[in-house]
Design a protein around this ligand. Sequence first.
Ligand code: PMP
Length: 361
Amino acid sequence: IENRVYNFSAGPSILPDEVLLSARENLLNYEGSGMSVMEMSHRSKVYDKIINDAFDHLRKVMSIPDNYKILFLQGGATGMFAAIPLNISKTGVADYIITGNFANNAYKEAKKYMKDVRVAGSTESENFTRIPSQDELTLNPAADYVHICQNNTIFGTAWHTLPETGSVPLVADLSSCILSEPVDVSKYGIIYAGVQKNMAPAGFAVVIVRDDLIGNPQPICPKIWDFGKQAEKNSMLNTPPTWSIYICKLVLEWIMSIGGLEELKKRNEKKAALLYDYLDSQSFYKAQAKKESRSMMNVTFRTGDDELDKKFVAASVEAGFTNLKGHRLVGGMRASIYNAMPYEGVEALVDFMKKFAREQA
Ligand code: PMP
């Protein structure tokens, strides 16, 4: 595709060229239906196949065991911050581990719907530059669940080893790392994610939930977020976000065509290593996250001088890169290098960083 910029946005973010081209190819008349997917009834046969393909592909790509349901729900990941306590709270007691802004938002939302939501660990005093270790956690064996944010989009950190929670279900927000590498779904009670980074354009959240956690919602749980009801209705209790589910299906087909999550993991490791190795090899830029906690998807760095950071961001736009400005909570720069970012994009970024550093000398 011509005139594409290297888009390092944290989300909504870059989609694979192949997906955009396929969507364009079928935009006006989807498979002989005489209409676009945007115009189609969600109750039509053609659409039914689209959504079922999306579910089937996701189950296959992530090797999701049969005792987990997959749901596509509206409200984004933020909606799920509420939907989770509304669906799976049994005793009103939960543990939240605070590793950044979204983990904290999830915690604050849960407190509205459960009587005893505790902070079982936090790295806030270190500006969320790392993930806590197991011995820093104070987990309550009587909790209904333990919540983590597996990849911290703003701070550029990720859990590389999951916390040991014993028989307490682990609930994880994978918004900014889902589909970036294989995960063992059976280790989780719930995996959820806003789709607008690695899966689809914005429009819904995916929830992968173990069967035994379904079916006991709090009476005030809105019907559209009732996991059991939505599972029964194939996530079509009301009108689903038809277009983004369609693009999600195409993204999953792209993933299968290139060799699945094993292949993506290799590619993502290679891209992240290129950037982190450069950051570690010089002193003009400083990586923000501690080595052992670094995210493969969101790479945060700074020069140490706010004015120079601004200059960097402005020059990067001139050079054909977008969205490298860090989140306002962290400052500096952030390169989000999701699945669809090609290796060449990261190479071009590192070349640009070298050139910029030389010019300031
Ligand atoms: N969790 C994480 C890790 C995120 O990165 C984001 C959005 N950037 C959210 C939750 C919120 O997602 P949404 O906008 O879908 O509510």
